[in-house]
Design a protein around this ligand. Structure first.
Ligand SMILES: [Ca+2]
Length: 192
């Protein structure tokens, strides 16, 4: 367990004495018990806002979403909620995409992508590409492409050089084992 700085965690139990807190650590993937004095550093059920959410980021386009797993759920700071492409009334396959818009320019050195954290790997993204646009319409060539391993840990897409923009497009190119779905618990930007 890392005790330094805020931890993104889900509180599992507050013990009867009120002297300790049991929590699940999304970074270390462990269950730990800490005294309440240390638990003050735990951020329950939330991811710290980074450059995107600080700039009012929202999803303005998603190619598909299942009701209850709307696109905005990957920008709500809650690691337990997610965007998930449709599976009930339609089953569209890859590629999938999200277009993100912010209220003002942000300088982005890359993206941090948190896969769904509920123990189910449906929709985990294996390969993706990141674009930026001056106007939200023309995207050009991808600024970065990335291939991820099949784990629940946070993934990073790193740009060769930081970009200043209000419009980002994440294309999920493929998943694992030929799955048609994409899902994502949280998106944030890597600051310059
Ligand atoms: Ca979420």
């Amino acid at each position: 367990m890392g005790a330094d700085g805020p931890r993104v965690a889900r509180i599992l139990d507050v013990r009867g004495t009120g002297l300790s807190v049991e929590y699940y650590d999304y970074t270390d993937k462990t269950v730990a018990t800490v005294p309440t004095s240390a638990a003050a550093k735990i951020v329950p059920r939330s991811c710290p806002a980074g450059p995107l959410r600080q700039a009012g980021a929202r999803i303005v386009r998603a190619d598909s979403a299942e009701p209850g797993n709307e696109p905005g759920r990957c920008l709500d700071g809650d690691p337990e909620t997610m965007w998930h492409t449709a599976w009930t009334n339609a089953l569209p396959g890859y590629p999938h995409e999200l277009v993100i818009e912010t209220d003002r320019d942000v300088v982005v050195a890359g993206l941090r992508l948190l896969p769904r954290q509920d123990g189910n790997w449906n929709g985990w993204i294996a390969k993706c590409a990141l674009y930026a646009s001056p106007d939200g319409k023309s995207w050009g060539a991808p600024l970065a492409e990335a291939v991820f391993d099949r784990t629940a840990s946070e993934k990073t897409v790193t740009l060769k050089a930081p970009v200043r923009t209000r419009h980002l497009r994440l294309v999920a190119v493929s998943g694992f084992d030929g799955q048609p779905w994409a899902s994502l618990a949280e998106i944030e930007a890597v600051a310059e």
